[in-house]
Design a protein around this ligand. Structure first.
Ligand code: SF4
Length: 189
């Protein structure tokens, strides 16, 4: 196995330290609204599967949030299936893989959606606020915004990684789960 399993009790801490901005945003919105629309559930759900959240933990995690909004019964009826489906336990039993940056960047979030890549889909103001919450300082922020203006979203994300970890990152980000596992390696080394 490439990295350790993540359990529910660690998830808030690792979200803060090691989720890329796209997943931090979905995670925070889910905690805040106790709900995510389909695109967000897919993007975050498959990412969490990729970080090693087991099916039972995933069901408990989503249920704890959605129950506060739609009730436990409706969660079991309408939402649990698609989580099991993501883990290949329903339907064609395909083991779905987490989305790459390319797929996320080319998605088209609508009103009320929180999926997508913030470097591409956030307004400049919201992106600056989110980066500053992540701990990117103002000098580094300008370098990130410069990449965004040139539509180099993955390079912008790579610069964010470097800024937060205080270390160069030559590989470049091309997958949210790569961001996560390399961040965890960094903190554990
Ligand atoms: Fe997420 Fe990739 Fe965008 Fe970074 S570049 S925020 S990992 S989609």
């Amino acid at each position: 196995k490439e990295f350790a399993e993540v359990s529910i009790k660690d998830i808030d801490q690792v979200a803060k330290s090691s989720f890329p901005l796209c997943m931090r945003h979905l995670f925070e919105k889910l905690r805040e609204d106790h709900h995510l629309k389909h695109g967000g559930r897919m993007q975050l759900g498959l990412f969490l599967k990729g970080v090693g959240l087991k099916l039972d933990d995933a069901l408990a995690f989503w249920k704890a949030e959605f129950s506060q909004k739609v009730g436990a019964e409706r969660f079991d009826k309408e939402y649990a299936y698609s989580i099991r489906h993501n883990y290949g336990r329903e339907g064609k039993r395909t083991d779905y893989t987490p989305y790459s940056c390319q797929k996320i960047i080319s998605s088209t979030p609508g009103v009320g959606d929180h999926h997508g890549c913030p470097y591409r889909h956030f307004s400049e103001e919201n992106l600056r606020a989110a980066l500053s919450r992540m701990g990117v300082n103002s000098g580094e922020m300008e370098n990130v915004m410069d990449k965004v203006r040139n539509r180099h979203y993955q390079l912008a994300c790579t610069l964010t990684f470097e800024s937060i970890h205080g270390s160069s990152y030559d590989a470049g980000i091309n997958h949210p789960n790569q961001y996560f596992s390399d961040s965890q390696k960094f903190f554990k080394s």
